[in-house]
Write a protein that binds this ligand. Structure first.
Ligand SMILES: C[S@@+](CC[C@H](N)C(=O)[O-])C[C@H]1O[C@@H](n2cnc3c(N)ncnc32)[C@H](O)[C@@H]1O
Length: 390
C-alpha cells in the first residue's frame, strides 16, 4: 500500500466553528478543499501531503488519511472488513499502534469496545502474515488508527498527527482559563488584523493571544515546535520530506516585526507565566510585557487592534465585580484607544451588554462547550454608545 504516494480522502478535523479559518489556511497552502463542515475540512491528497499539512496548520486538530470506507452493521462485520486490509504494509510488526474512534452504532455501548475490535483485526492480520503481533495501547506517540463509524458506514483512517495540533506545544504552564491555541489563532484571524500594526492584549493571562499574534506576524508555524507526528510511524515514511518542509518553514519565518505587541495582566504570576511561554515559543523578544490593571496599559499612537479575553463568570470570577470590569473595558477603549479596532472575546452576553459600546460585528465561536462571541468595536470619535443595562 503506497499511502505516501496514493491520493485518497483526507479529513482535517478542528474544534466547532473553526472550520472557516482552517479552510483559509488549507487554501493558502495550495490545497483545494472538497468539503467544509462544522468540525473539519475534506480534501484529496497523499500521506506525503499530510506532512506539510501537519507542519503548517494552526487551526486544525488531527489530519486523517482514509484507508478504506465500507459497510459494517455490527462488530463482527467491522472485524471481517478490517482484516482484509494490508496492515502489514502500514504498521511495522515490531512497532506499536493505538486506536481512537468516533462511533454511533446500535451495537456499540462504549467506543472502547470498537477500539478493541479494530486492534484485534489489525494485530490478527499482522500476526497471520508476519508471525508476530505488534504492541498496542493508549500511547499516542506511535502509529495511530482512527475509526469513524456511523450506523452501518465505517471509515478507517491513519491519524497522521498523533497529539492534537490544536495545542501549539509552547504552553508549558497553562495559567487560569487559558484559550486553546487553535481557538486563539482563529479569533485573531477573524479580526482580519494585517499582522503589521500594533497588537495589544490586556488581561493576557498565560499570553496565548499575544504569542499567537507574534507567531502569525513572523510567519512562524507551531508545527516547528514538534518533532513527533503520527505520519513518522507509518511504513514507507521518508524523513527527508519532513526535514525539507521544516527547513522551508524555518527559512521563511521572520525574526522581527517592526511594530509593537503588548501584553499586560494585573497578576504578576500570569505575566511571569506568559513570558515563559513566549520564551518557549521563541517570541519573547517581540512582546512587551507588563503587570498592570488593563486600564493602565500604554496604548501606542500608531493604531492597530486591542483584544481582551476577560473572565466571564460561568467558569471564573464574581459577577458583580465583572460587571464593573466590563463597563471599565468599554470606557477604556472609547477614551484611550481611538483609531484602534477593539475586540472582546466572551461567553457571557449579559456581561457583554455592560461594555456600553455598539458592536460592529459579532463572530460566533465555542470555547469548549460554551457558546462564545468575539465582539468587534470600531473605536473612532463618534463610536456609538449603547445604553447600558445598569
Ligand atoms: C480568562 S483569563 C485570560 C486567559 C488568556 N486569554 C489565556 O489564554 O491564558 C483573564 C485574565 O484577566 C486578568 N485580569 C482580571 N482582571 C484584570 C484587570 N482589572 N486588569 C488586568 N488584568 C485583569 C486575570 O488575571 C486573568 O489572567
Amino acid at each position: 500500500m503506497q499511502v505516501f504516494h496514493t491520493e485518497n480522502k483526507i479529513i482535517i478535523t478542528c474544534n466547532k466553528r473553526l472550520s472557516s479559518y482552517l479552510q483559509q489556511e488549507v487554501e493558502e497552502l495550495g490545497f483545494k478543499p472538497t468539503r467544509v463542515f462544522q468540525t473539519g475540512v475534506e480534501l484529496l491528497g497523499t500521506v506525503t501531503d499530510t506532512i506539510a499539512l501537519n507542519l503548517n496548520l494552526r487551526c486544525a486538530s488531527q489530519v486523517l488519511y482514509l484507508i478504506k470506507s465500507f459497510k459494517a452493521a455490527d462488530p463482527q462485520q467491522l472485524y471481517d472488513e478490517l482484516v482484509t486490509i494490508e496492515w502489514e504494509n502500514l504498521i511495522d510488526f515490531t512497532g506499536y499502534f493505538s486506536v481512537s474512534s468516533n462511533v454511533n452504532n446500535e451495537h456499540i455501548r462504549t467506543p472502547l469496545f470498537a477500539n478493541v475490535k479494530v486492534k484485534d483485526a489489525i494485530a490478527d492480520r499482522i500476526k497471520s502474515i508476519k508471525g508476530i503481533r505488534p504492541n498496542s495501547g493508549a500511547e499516542v506517540n506511535k502509529t495511530l488508527v482512527h475509526l469513524y463509524w456511523q450506523d452501518d458506514s465505517a471509515d478507517i483512517f491513519l491519524d497522521t498527527s498523533g497529539e492534537t495540533l490544536a495545542k501549539h506545544s509552547y504552553r508549558k504552564i497553562p495559567g487560569k482559563a487559558p484559550m486553546l491555541e487553535a481557538l486563539a489563532t482563529s479569533t485573531i484571524m477573524a479580526t482580519h488584523w494585517d499582522r503589521k500594526s500594533t497588537f495589544i492584549n490586556p488581561m493576557c493571562g498565560s499570553g496565548t493571544l499575544a504569542i499567537e499574534a507574534a507567531l502569525l506576524a513572523t510567519d512562524k508555524h507551531p508545527g516547528l515546535f514538534r518533532m513527533n507526528y503520527g505520519f513518522m510511524h507509518i511504513m514507507g515514511y521518508d524523513e527527508t520530506v519532513f526535514f525539507t518542509e521544516r527547513r522551508k518553514l524555518k527559512d521563511k519565518s521572520k525574526k522581527d516585526t517592526g511594530f509593537k505587541i503588548i501584553a499586560t495582566d494585573i497578576s504578576d504570576d500570569a505575566v511571569d507565566i506568559a513570558q515563559k511561554n513566549a520564551k518557549t515559543a521563541g517570541v519573547e523578544h517581540l512582546i512587551e510585557f507588563s503587570v498592570c490593571d488593563f486600564a493602565d496599559t500604554l496604548v501606542p499612537a500608531e493604531p492597530g487592534i486591542i483584544m481582551f479575553n476577560p473572565e466571564y463568570g460561568e467558569r471564573l470570577g464574581v459577577h458583580t465585580k465583572l460587571e464593573a470590569t466590563y463597563k471599565r473595558m468599554g470606557d477604556f477603549m472609547k477614551k484611550e484607544c481611538l483609531g484602534y479596532r477593539g475586540y472582546i472575546f466572551t461567553g457571557n452576553p449579559d456581561l457583554a451588554k455592560k461594555i456600553g459600546l455598539k458592536a460592529a460585528r459579532k463572530v460566533e465561536f465555542y470555547n469548549g462547550k460554551l457558546d462564545c462571541r468575539l465582539l468587534e468595536y470600531e473605536l473612532y470619535e463618534g463610536t456609538k454608545r449603547e445604553p447600558r443595562e445598569d
